[in-house]
Design a protein around this ligand. Sequence first.
Ligand SMILES: *[C@@H]1O[C@H](CO)[C@@H](O)[C@H](O)[C@H]1NC(C)=O
Ligand SMILES: *[C@@H]1O[C@H](CO)[C@@H](O)[C@H](O)[C@H]1NC(C)=O
Ligand SMILES: *[C@@H]1O[C@H](CO)[C@@H](O)[C@H](O)[C@H]1NC(C)=O
Ligand SMILES: *[C@@H]1O[C@H](CO)[C@@H](O)[C@H](O)[C@H]1NC(C)=O
Ligand SMILES: *[C@@H]1O[C@H](CO)[C@@H](O)[C@H](O)[C@H]1NC(C)=O
Ligand SMILES: *[C@@H]1O[C@H](CO)[C@@H](O)[C@H](O)[C@H]1NC(C)=O
Ligand SMILES: *[C@@H]1O[C@H](CO)[C@@H](O)[C@H](O)[C@H]1NC(C)=O
Ligand SMILES: *[C@@H]1O[C@H](CO)[C@@H](O)[C@H](O)[C@H]1NC(C)=O
Ligand SMILES: *[C@@H]1O[C@H](CO)[C@@H](O)[C@H](O)[C@H]1NC(C)=O
Ligand SMILES: *[C@@H]1O[C@H](CO)[C@@H](O)[C@H](O)[C@H]1NC(C)=O
Length: 497
Amino acid sequence: MHSRPYLLLAALALTATPSYALDIDINSVDSISAAAKTIAARVVAIYGIDNQATGTVGNGSTAPGIFPDPYYWWESGLAWDSMVRYWALTGDATYNDLVREGLLFQIGPNANFTPPNQTKSEGNDDQATWALAAMTAAENNFPAPPEGLDITWAKLAQNVFDSQVARWDTDTCGGGLRWQIFSFNTGYTYKNSLSNGNLVQLAARLALYTGNTTYRDWAQKATQWSLDVGFIGNSGQVWDGTATTTNCSEFNHIQWTSSVGTYLSGAAYAANKSSTKFWQTLNLLLPVSINTTFTTQGGVLYEVACEPSKNCDTDQLAFKAVLARALANARDLTLDTSLYHRDSNQSSFSNSSASNPGTPAGSLHASIDAILRTSAQAAAAQCSGGEAYGTDCGSMWTAATWDGTTGLGQELSALEILLANLPAKALAKSNSTSTTGTGSAGNGTATAGSTSGGPSSSSSAGASTTAATSTNGAMAGSEGSTFALVCGLGMAAALVL
Ligand SMILES: *[C@@H]1O[C@H](CO)[C@@H](O)[C@H](O)[C@H]1NC(C)=O
Ligand SMILES: *[C@@H]1O[C@H](CO)[C@@H](O)[C@H](O)[C@H]1NC(C)=O
Ligand SMILES: *[C@@H]1O[C@H](CO)[C@@H](O)[C@H](O)[C@H]1NC(C)=O
Ligand SMILES: *[C@@H]1O[C@H](CO)[C@@H](O)[C@H](O)[C@H]1NC(C)=O
Ligand SMILES: *[C@@H]1O[C@H](CO)[C@@H](O)[C@H](O)[C@H]1NC(C)=O
Ligand SMILES: *[C@@H]1O[C@H](CO)[C@@H](O)[C@H](O)[C@H]1NC(C)=O
Ligand SMILES: *[C@@H]1O[C@H](CO)[C@@H](O)[C@H](O)[C@H]1NC(C)=O
Ligand SMILES: *[C@@H]1O[C@H](CO)[C@@H](O)[C@H](O)[C@H]1NC(C)=O
Ligand SMILES: *[C@@H]1O[C@H](CO)[C@@H](O)[C@H](O)[C@H]1NC(C)=O
Ligand SMILES: *[C@@H]1O[C@H](CO)[C@@H](O)[C@H](O)[C@H]1NC(C)=O
């Protein structure tokens, strides 16, 4: 629903179109931080806060925490997540108050990111996106919510976890989260990888942060179910989703960077918590699959399902942000392993202890790092658009010149790929999710609006609701057979332990 007219500040249009681009030195922390700073300012401009000051053309936010049309609610959560990480990795606290206010305004009366304004359209993936932002705040000791709220960042994440686990649906497909929370929404009969992968990620991060084994067990359980039902294919592909009406027997085989990304982040955090073969294998399998599906020959990330055809929608333009973060997590939170190309005369995977494991292809971490470096440079070159600044980011990192598009998703994707090239920070841990140690949920109502009937969206985070007709055989899901997945890879990968 688009109820507000947007400002056309044509009078302020500049006469000349400067062409700056974000010129980065990929080896310089200062250079990358400076480029990130430019993008962070752009994100806040899109939020609408400094429209007056900058002459930016924008629709303006309707409530704290909400980016204006055409951005759906979930993407605002993603934006705050990126802005928290921006502060954590660059130390620039300029926007912290704004970010904190936005996050807290949307927590809703139950302090679990279900504000009444969103009830009509909120999906599990949307809710989790906000919880993951709260988790990023917790892990980085972002300035805590005001004492009067009696809430912590981690407690908000835990509340979302609790509400999602309560929705784990064993009536169909042997488990899993449905895409939509509410039965009156189209998509309630769809189980999607983004919702389930987000739960995996949330659980894995809560597990590492708190040490509470409930979270560890759910990360494992939700991943195992995803493998069993076939969300994660034999070569590490992550499919979009499947319908409950078929008992999850037929898949929509579209692949999105965000879906594989959120599972990868989950696997990386889980492996950091407990480096079992199960998690180590996923941390090999998913990057190799990502490399095959979502990078060009030159190693630049792209959204394969819509970018080449230039028809990515608003949501989809933000997905690469999720993947960029995930690849950084896989590099920074896991133990390194070795990659091996399968030689052409080998019919199947052979590991590093075999007599001929294949052609060494370097370390997993180095390989991921190469993708992140190449993509960041390509993304920076895309940030050369817009009349006002000449640094607005386009989406097609594979293109030599600006693709002519601007928007929040483009900025967030560019921001995350830059941040992925900054030195990682140690993550905070706490065995408690509340400041008081009582586990009190707080009342969370102080800043959260409770007016219903506000703007609502008709779409959740980008998943398609059309189930494809082809089938995907469910794979056996034990640790052993998951490991055997690696055997099916075009490029074999081996663990060196
Ligand atoms: C304002 O919202 C409308 C309707 O969603 C959208 O078409 C337009 O692109 C938005 N303007 C800006 C500058 O984002
Ligand atoms: C709820 O939060 C508000 C605002 O911080 C506070 O004034 C109020 O006392 C709290 N209520 C309860 C029951 O904790
Ligand atoms: C639905 O799928 C689940 C998981 O694969 C399976 O356990 C269950 O038996 C299936 N139910 C029907 C009615 O086929
Ligand atoms: C562990 O997490 C679960 C799920 O949020 C929670 O119900 C339980 O109270 C937690 N246990 C402890 C000891 O904090
Ligand atoms: C990605 O592919 C390139 C080129 O084939 C290869 O050199 C690199 O090792 C691969 N990286 C991963 C993580 O598989
Ligand atoms: C966990 O991550 C940290 C970096 O935050 C890294 O130093 C450590 O080696 C990782 N541990 C495991 C078991 O992967
Ligand atoms: C496969 O090819 C590699 C490289 O060409 C060679 O070193 C190796 O001996 C061959 N292995 C077999 C089983 O033929
Ligand atoms: C690796 O290869 C050795 C030697 O061929 C074999 O004994 C071992 O089981 C293999 N390990 C895995 C995980 O496939
Ligand atoms: C949490 O950590 C504190 C301080 O390290 C410790 O005293 C307390 O026993 C821990 N609580 C649990 C439930 O592990
Ligand atoms: C809900 O929408 C109303 C009307 O637009 C607005 O005043 C209120 O601040 C919104 N609440 C939240 C939490 O966004």
